[in-house]
Design a protein around this ligand. Structure first.
Ligand SMILES: Cc1cc2nc3c(=O)[nH]c(=O)nc-3n(C[C@H](O)[C@H](O)[C@H](O)COP(=O)(O)OP(=O)(O)OC[C@H]3O[C@@H](n4cnc5c(N)ncnc54)[C@H](O)[C@@H]3O)c2cc1C
Length: 329
């Protein structure tokens, strides 16, 4: 008898360059627990992943599989090799992967190898009477649709921050995977240089709170107001495409269809009209606050709290009130 449950859900967890678990892990393991028995897979250098292995169990993984891919210099393919080995061992009912750039790459390659279907950018996962389904927020968040495979094991990529369910901690059961590298063609990683992070703010993708600014900010200098409010709230900073195109902030800040998709607990939109392409990347936020001087701005259609007014008057007052509240406590 195999040591893995019949309803095992294999979860590939992303790790950061320092070996820490990516923030997406809690939601992935929460979603997997709602579907069955979560089995986590970590690929990388085992000596750097000791804490991540324990953290995966703390976040609800019943088993933690560890694949030593330290010697490999192949982009994505070694992780796919590890996923294939893990899948053969566990025989899961579904595979959950983060909808990150790397995750999408690995998911697509793995689905081809496993001759199965892929359901991308899920905002939730569930079971119905026929099996596992993924839920997707589509057409700029206007519709919530469900997808499923007609047969086979679905490979599902999950949007960061979208799944709120969390699993209870489990005692650590670790298993090291035997990995034989496939001879599949792959890009070689010749060198690796970590991008310099010169901000103490949370990363936009996966942040619990996001403050975004649009063309209404008017200039790069004035855009700093967005950062000031974000810092008061411990939030990440985002932007509309118009703000990015105008050079107020780099492209990496762009939220929307052609930028980053976020699902934070709180999303504050400042001077953003609410074009469908922007809403596509933020409409699944749990609470949306919009500040716009145009009462008919489409962003108000999706806002839980609408402030009609000049942001240059509203935001400094908001910051003052937040600071006063902090000083009181
Ligand atoms: C293929 C395609 C992909 C795209 N992808 C994206 C994407 O990923 N993300 C994205 O954001 N956009 C995207 N866009 C662009 C999108 O259509 C809009 O042009 C863009 O989102 C508009 O940005 P904005 O809301 O900042 O600017 P605007 O639409 O110009 O809105 C500015 C808003 O600021 C308000 N305002 C001005 N001054 C003040 C003030 N003092 N106080 C309060 N409010 C004020 C105005 O009333 C207005 O509503 C895409 C477009 C295309 C065609």
């Amino acid at each position: 008898m195999t040591e893995f449950a019949d309803n095992s859900i294999l979860v590939l967890l992303d790790t950061l360059p320092d070996g820490a678990l990516a923030k997406s892990s809690a939601g992935l393991l929460g979603g997997a627990t709602a579907l069955g028995t979560p089995v986590a897979l970590l690929a990388g250098n085992p000596t750097e992943l000791v804490a991540a292995v324990q953290n995966a169990a703390d976040l609800g993984a019943v088993h933690v599989l560890l694949a030593d891919t330290a010697a490999a210099s192949k982009l994505s393919v070694t992780t796919v090799d590890a996923l294939e080995a893990a899948s053969r061992l566990v025989n899961p009912q579904a595979v959950l992967i983060s909808n990150s750039v790397e995750g999408r790459d690995v998911a697509g390659r793995f689905a081809v190898r496993a001759s199965t279907g892929i359901l991308v950018d899920a905002v939730d996962v569930a079971r119905d009477d026929q099996g596992i389904i993924a839920k997707h927020s589509v057409f700029g968040g206007e519709f919530l649709v469900e997808s499923a495979l007609t047969y086979g094991m679905p490979v599902i990529t999950v949007r960061h921050g979208a799944i709120e369910a969390r699993a209870e901690a489990k005692p650590l059961q670790r298993k090291d995977l035997d990995l034989s590298a496939s001879e599949n063609r792959a890009a070689d990683v010749i060198s690796f240089e970590a991008a310099e992070v010169n901000t103490s703010r949370p990363e936009l993708r996966g942040a619990a709170r996001v403050v975004s600014g649009g063309r209404g900010l008017g200039s790069a200098e004035k855009f700093e107001l967005v950062g000031q409010l974000a810092d008061e709230l411990g939030a990440a900073v985002g932007a509309s495409r118009a703000a990015v195109d105008a050079g107020y902030v780099p492209y990496s800040y762009q939220v929307g269809q052609t930028g980053v998709s976020v699902s934070p607990q709180l999303y504050i939109a400042l001077g953003i009209s609410g074009a469908i392409q922007h809403k596509a990347g933020m409409q699944t936020a749990k609470t949306i606050v919009a500040v716009n001087q145009d009462a008919d701005a489409p962003i108000f259609d999706v806002a839980d709290f609408a402030v009609v007014g000049d942001l240059f008057s509203v935001i400094p007052q908001t910051i003052e009130a937040l600071q006063a509240k902090k000083a009181e406590s």
